[in-house]
Design a binder for this molecule. Sequence first.
Ligand code: PMP
Length: 385
Amino acid sequence: MGFDLKARLDERRARHRYRQPQVMDAPSGRTTRVDGRALLNFCSNDYLGLANDAQVIAAFQDAANHWGVGSGASHLVCGHQRPHQELEEALAAHTGRPRALLFSTGYMANLGALTALVGPGDAVFQDRLNHASLLDAGLLSGARSRRFAHNDAEALAGQLARSPAPRKLVVTDGVFSMDGDQAPLADYLDACEAEDAWLMVDDAHGLGVLDGQGRGTLFAQGVNDRVPVYMGTLGKGLGTAGAFVAGSEDLIETLIQFARTYIYTTAMPAAVAAATLVSLEKARRESWRRDKLAALITRFRRGVAALGYELMASDTPIQPILIGGDGDALALSRVLAERGLRVTAIRPPTVPEGQARLRVTLSAAHEEADVDLLLDALEAAKCPS
Ligand code: PMP
C-alpha cells in the first residue's frame, strides 16, 4: 500500500476539489488584493466590518504595548491576564449568562465543550449540516453520535424518544455557515425538555449580527433563557479571533476542570482580548451596522432573484448562490474574479454532493454600489455577450 499522496492529490484535483489558500497582500476588508489586483471581497465573515476598524486596531496596539504579544502559557498555568478576565465578564453579560470561558478558537471551544459534557454511553444529536468542528467534537467525545435531517425538529424528537442514553446532548449551529438559515430553536427546546436533553448552540455566525444589540440567534428567537450551552466565536461578527462558551456557574467550572482544549493550550494574546472588548462594545451599540447590513441583504436578494439564480432561505449575511456542479461553481467564481470580485466556490465535502455554491457574504463594510457591481457581474456571467 504505502502512502501514495500524489495519487490522492491528483484525484482531488481531477474532481475540481483541490483547495489552496490565495495570498492576500492587503487586509481582508471590503476590498483586498491578490496577485497585484484589487478585488471587492465577498467571502469574509467580518459581517459588521470590525476587523479593520480604527478603534479596534488602536485597542489591539495599545494592549500589545502594555501586555506584549504572547500570553505566555495556558489560562491555568500562569493565570490569564486582566483583559482575558474582563472579556469573559463582558461576554457573559452580553449573552445574559452568569459566566463565560474563552477558548483560542471556535474549533477548540466545540471540541472542549462536547468532550467535557458527554462520553461513552451518552448520546449526541447533530443536525446533518452542523459545522465540521461540532461533528468532530461528537466523534472525539466517544458518545454515540446521531445526525438528524437539517432543521427537522420532528426527526430530532423521534431520535431523542428512542434513545436510551442517560445523557442526551443536542447540538446545532444557530446560523448555518454554508446555508445562512437559522435553526428552529424553540421546537428543539420543546423536544429537549420533553426528554430531559440539553441543547448546545454554536452561534459563530449569529453573534453580533442577529438581535437589535447583536446578542445573537438565541435573543433573536426569544429562547436565551432555555438554552444551557451557548458557544460564540470572536473571529466573525466581532472581527477579532477566538471563541467562548457561556452558561451557568457549574457549566463553566466543569469546562475549566475537564475541557482539554481549554486546559492544554496557550491562551489567546491579551491584545486580542483587549481588542475584542472594544469590538464587542461597538457591535452592541452601533446598530447602524446591522441596519446597513439588512438593507444590503435585501438589495442583493432582490437583484439575484431577478437574475434567475437560486438563492437559499437565508435572512443573514450568508447568501449562497446554489450552482450544483463543482466545475460550474469554480468557473463562475473565476469569471467573477476576472471582473474584480472575490467570491469563493464552496464544494463537497464542505457542502453535500451536487450542492456546490458560491458563498456570498455581505458586510456592513460594503456599500450599495459594491452589491450592484456583484449583481452586474452575475448578470454578465449569465448571458455572455
Ligand atoms: N462553528 C462554526 C459554525 C463555524 O462556521 C466556525 C468557523 N468556520 C467554527 C465553529 C470555528 O471557529 P474558529 O474559526 O474560531 O475556529
